[in-house]
Write a protein that binds this ligand. Structure first.
Ligand code: G4P
Length: 526
């Protein structure tokens, strides 16, 4: 096996996603503990922006600062290189999370056993489903009272629209929680509430042998046997292929806070999760094992410190080997660029690297050359797809509040939109700029950053819109007729695509009825 193949095979690049408070940060931290990347619990700061602090700017800045360090966390475990990509917890930054999901090969979903499947989890799972991303489910907080495990599995199947296959099973919960039986490795893990230590596994291959009763009380042993029998009866054998296709999600139970069920999860993850997968570019499919380097920018992190203006562009390496100081082609700008200080993220340290491989993420210091979705290659004209924009939920007109600074404002808006902070639509009828966001917080971020980074002042004006729809049709006459009829509501997005801004659900459904040959899409990629 060549060194390149060997390195790529070792990579496991994934994201942990959850509804806020389900335990994503806690689980991340425990995984890092196992990987030896950190040595004490509490070292990973949550990057979630507390709900109470939505307009507390210092807080947000602080949090953003922290999240650069924790954007990608790499560590070695069992001769594998694990890359965890962090996703922002605050739902107003959901679009960031969606884009991060385009850079991973698999996902772990954390669910709170008392709350079950929540809104944010459902939305994120939709993106995974669109992309056929393999998912593993970790049901957390078994040390608390929660829903019945079978009910939880039904809920996951129904709400997340994916088949499940438990690979571990809890023995009771809450105060009576005794541990989990590891179906995957056939062993018992007994629960000792301890935030730092790992429990030893007791191998029990024959559940009928009476061995169980030596460790847990007979009633619980009986219940466990009955549950496991039901599990085997109801759920088909675990099949790795179905997991890799995104059809079946293996499920683990545990308590991340108590470091419980985490090692089993990690061990199984290393065994079954995919190494870097091929990625579709507009031109062709890119295989990770191809020698020439290719990669795309999925995230740009602005440095909010005015003394260090440069930002970091996060590049997912799609194929080959990336090398420091080598010339690469920035396809959109058609120019060669060299990077003398690319950074990688190991054990929470940002360090300069000489090389990185498909599956890895490198951070490239940037002074405004990069936009989300930009491609780097060794010369080939490639454009990576699959960085969808979703219809925003909130819209406002953005107006210049300082006539002397019109240029700065235009530049600021252009760059912030390139970073993917929000979406810009230019109304074709009156030329006014409309900003679309997922939540109110982004409007605040934009206004603040325009002022502090571009010395430009903006003013928001209300506009009543319901959804942005990207439209297309093979029937060009109908498309033209539609654009004419809806002239006041037609706009262009940042890439020049036609967008219809519907002002109400009713108007939208009427339009869909009146123009049956037009397709209305709620994402920019279809
Ligand atoms: P998030 O990143 O998904 O938003 O969740 P995070 O890990 O921050 O966890 C949310 C809360 O749930 C935290 O409590 C955390 O300690 C708790 N938690 C995580 N895993 C478990 C578990 O297995 N059992 C129990 N009982 N609680 C768990 P907090 O009070 O909000 O924060 P903190 O003060 O403990 O940091």
């Amino acid at each position: 096996m060549s060194q390149l193949t060997d390195e790529i095979n070792k990579r496991r690049t994934f994201a942990i996603i959850s509804h806020p408070d389900a335990g994503k940060t806690t689980l991340t931290e425990k995984l890092l503990l196992f990987g030896g990347a950190i040595h004490v619990a509490g070292a990973v700061k949550s990057n979630k922006i507390k709900k109470t602090a939505t307009s507390d700017w210092m807080e947000i800045e602080k949090q953003r600062g922290i999240s650069v360090a924790t954007s990608v966390m790499g560590f070695n475990y069992r001769d594998h290189k694990v890359n965890i990509l962090d996703t922002p917890g605050h739902q107003d930054f959901a679009e960031d999370t969606f884009r991060t999901l385009t850079a991973v090969d698999s996902v772990i979903i954390v669910i709170d056993c008392a709350k079950g499947v929540e809104l944010q989890t459902r939305r994120l799972m939709e993106v995974c489903r669109m992309r056929h991303t393999p998912v593993i489910v970790y049901i957390n907080k078994l040390d608390r009272e929660g829903k019945d495990p079978f009910d939880l599995l039904d809920e996951v199947e129904e709400e997340l629209k994916i088949k499940v296959r438990p690979l571990s099973w809890p023995i009771d919960m809450g105060q009576r929680f005794r541990g989990v039986y590891n179906i995957y490795e056939k062993g018992l893990n007994l629960f000792t509430p301890n935030k730092q230590q790992v429990t030893d596994r007791i191998a029990i291959t024959d559940l009928e042998s009476g061995e169980l009763e030596k460790h847990i009380d007979p009633a619980q042993a009986g219940k466990l046997r009955a549950d496991l029998e039901l599990v085997e009866g109801v759920y088909p054998e675990f099949d790795r292929e179905s997991y890799l296709k995104g059809e079946v999600a293996p499920v683990f139970f545990g308590s991340a806070l108590n470091n419980f069920g985490v090692k089993e999860l990690l061990d199984c993850f290393i065994d079954i999760a995919p190494s870097p997968c091929p990625i579709m570019a507009e031109e062709r499919k890119i295989d990770p094992y191809e020698e020439p380097f290719t990669g795309f920018v999925f995230k740009i992190h602005a440095n909010m410190d005015p003394n260090h203006r440069s930002s970091i562009a996060f590049v997912k390496i799609c194929s080959g080997r990336f090398e420091r100081n080598k010339n690469y082609k920035h396809v959109r700008m058609n120019k060669l660029m060299r990077f003398s200080s690319p950074t990688a993220f190991m054990a929470q340290q940002k360090e300069i690297v000489d090389e990185a491989y498909a599956g890895d993420i490198v951070g490239l210091p940037d002074t405004g050359n990069f936009r989300i979705g930009d491609t780097l290659t060794e010369g080939e004209e490639l454009h990576f797809r699959g960085l969808p924009s979703f219809s925003p939920e909130q819209f406002k007109y953005i107006e210049n509040a300082d006539p002397m600074k019109a240029k700065q404002l235009a530049k600021g808006i252009d760059q912030l939109m390139g970073e993917g902070v929000a979406q810009l639509f230019v109304n074709e009828f009156n030329g006014r700029k409309i900003i679309g966001t997922v939540g109110q917080l982004q409007f605040e971020v934009i206004q603040y950053r325009l002022l502090h980074e571009y010395a430009a002042q903006c003013r928001w004006e209300p506009i009543n819109l319901y959804k942005a729809c990207w439209i297309e049709s093979e029937d060009l006459a109908q498309l033209e007729a539609f654009k004419k009829r809806k002239a006041q509501f037609m706009a262009k997005d940042i890439s020049g695509r036609d967008v219809y801004l519907a002002d109400s659900g009713y108007v939208l459904s009427m339009a869909q009825q009146d123009f049956p040959k037009i397709k209305f899409h709620f994402t920019s990629e279809f």
